[in-house]
Design a protein around this ligand. Structure first.
Ligand code: ACO
Length: 333
């Protein structure tokens, strides 16, 4: 049994925030942000928009391109760290798309979320448990960022992207190799912890039980940018090399390098280490910033729809981020 990507879709909020807009609320400049990150603007949810709504739009578009009816989908994986509901939004997204024969769940792995969902989908298909799996990456980190912290608020945007993964005959397999990791020690470099709630009950220091707990909340995203940068530049090339080895390929066989869109300097450094020329890089980071689990399918969707990626092209995709988590996959489009 093989598996293949046969459709993609994406959705972004209407409001666009430029670097100049940000320079009015924090001490920064278009020049600093562009030079250090490659980001020029990002989209942010407003009004009636929701990350769930974006996920539904992106999922519908992926099914449309794949020419698969919602009723034919067996599993919906919603890759998100920012669902509308603490218990997960996958079921609601699946039902809203019309996937009435599917079961759904959320996969939480921050910026590696889409890779985790993709690898999970392929596992279900290759294990004979599903024919069609809709994998949606959707996040709204704008809701968890401190808009007074210039070190983080300039980086993130909101979006959703989706792919339809379908079972194929083994000889048509389009999912050629993968590699995936996590390292809980690196958690200290990038997190958005819960505060209050049960932790406060357990950490009472005066001997009395601090009960009932307060309503828990999340702290803003905390990041040691330099450490995350070093981690990405070290681990991502190793992961892509491991996936290529599994696929029996080398970096010269890759048509497209499609990394999680976090920082152009990370993307360039990874490409250089793998000896991949810049013409083979897919990137829309300048327009959307870091959209977490959405970034890879959003960039893929744009590249497919504008004709950059063509049938038969080999793509090396890699996600990396909080957890710490990182992984890669070699796919034939
Ligand atoms: N505008 C102007 N100056 C700034 C800004 C800003 N927006 N942000 C920081 N600075 C200043 C700092 O205060 C510092 O000033 P100082 O030298 O006077 O102390 C100086 O610029 C350098 O700051 P650094 O943090 O050292 O800058 P760096 O070159 O490391 O760039 C950045 C920071 C862009 C965050 C980079 O480290 C990075 O991209 N890291 C990777 C982040 C990432 O990829 N995260 C992905 C995962 S996200 C997820 O999983 C949820």
């Amino acid at each position: 049994m093989g598996s293949k990507l046969i459709g993609c879709g994406s959705a972004v909020p209407k409001l666009e925030i430029t670097n100049d807009d940000l320079s009015k609320i924090v001490d920064t400049s278009d020049e600093w942000i562009s030079v250090r990150t490659g980001i020029r603007k990002r989209r942010v949810l407003t009004g009636e928009e929701s990350v769930q709504g974006l996920a539904i739009d992106a999922g519908k578009k992926a099914l449309e391109m794949a020419q698969v009816e919602p009723e034919e989908v067996d599993i919906v994986v919603l890759c998100t760290s920012t669902p509308n509901d603490l218990f997960g939004s996958g079921s609601q997204v699946s039902t809203a798309i019309g996937c009435k024969n599917a079961w759904a769940f959320d996969a939480t792995a921050a910026c590696s979320g889409f890779l985790v969902g993709l690898i999970t989908a392929t596992g279900f298909i290759k294990g004979g448990c599903a024919q069609n799996v809709l994998v949606i990456g959707a996040d709204c980190l704008s809701r968890y960022v401190d808009w007074t912290d210039r070190g983080t608020c300039i980086l993130f945007g909101d979006a959703a992207g989706a792919v339809l993964v379908q079972a194929t005959a083994a000889e048509d397999d389009g999912f050629l190799g993968f590699d995936i990791h996590s390292d809980g020690q690196g958690y200290r470099h990038l997190n958005a912890k819960t505060c209050g709630g049960v932790e406060e009950v357990l950490s009472s220091t005066n001997g009395s039980l601090n009960f009932p707990p307060k309503k828990p909340a999340f702290s803003f995203i905390q990041m040691n940018g330099k450490e995350v940068f070093r981690f990405a530049v070290r681990c991502v090339p190793q992961s892509i090399e491991a996936s290529l080895e599994e696929a029996g390929l080398t970096s010269s066989d890759i048509n497209w390098l499609l990394l999680h869109q976090a920082n152009w300097r990370i993307i360039e450094a990874v490409a250089t280490r793998l000896h991949i020329p810049s013409e083979k890089i897919i990137s829309n980071l300048a327009n959307y910033g870091n959209t977490s689990a959405a970034s890879i399918p959003l960039a893929l969707d744009e590249a497919v729809r504008c004709g950059q990626v063509k049938g038969g092209d080999i793509i090396a995709a890699s996600g990396f981020g909080a957890g710490l988590t990182w992984g890669s996959a070699i796919m034939r489009w």
